[in-house]
Design a protein around this ligand. Sequence first.
Ligand SMILES: N[C@@H](CCC(=O)N[C@@H](CS)C(=O)NCC(=O)O)C(=O)O
Length: 200
Amino acid sequence: MKLFYSPSSPYVRMAHAVAILKGLDDKLEKPPAREAGVNLDKLNPLNKVPTLLTDEGETLIESKLICQYFDEIGEGPKLYGQDPQTRRRVLQQEALGHGVLDAAVLCRMEERMREPEMRSAQWMERQTKKLELGFAAIETIVGRLGPSLGVPHITYVCMLFFIDQHKIYPGWREAFPKLAAWYDRTRTQPALAASEPKLT
Ligand SMILES: N[C@@H](CCC(=O)N[C@@H](CS)C(=O)NCC(=O)O)C(=O)O
């Protein structure tokens, strides 16, 4: 299988961490997606990472779908659960982490891509509100998650690492101390430690 890869992408990291957890890392090639000569848009019209090309020649786009595929073919307990209610709960918890990460990425893009005079304070406020309310909701969820690594753990750790790395929400640790303590404990679990980007 080929997982088109970018070491800085938190969405790629989510898929990679699930692959490690499901015993699939050895079966993954990780071609760099952003090198000259790689035309990812031929496989994925959205030209986004992660994109997975399976051994059967199927192309999967979206990290959440790739994580579900790894859960289907990998070893160990089913991360998305066996019954519809558990599955809905995991998908909902995952969606919340993705939504917060999406808002963080939009904040970063606004700052990176636009000149200061072109930036919209209203847009930033709108995204920042999603961060604040999302963090509050996630803080209550992690209190109930248990120690065994699952999709919500992976989603939240990858999201929090990205936000910390790019200083998108300074002060979150003081505002959400239980979430900060959970993050520091959880990020050291093997699949998360092994997939953590090396900061230079
Ligand atoms: N919802 C997508 C988001 C993927 C995404 O936005 N990836 C970024 C890298 S972090 C990307 O490839 N951006 C390139 C672009 O938008 O042109 C997922 O979960 O896979």
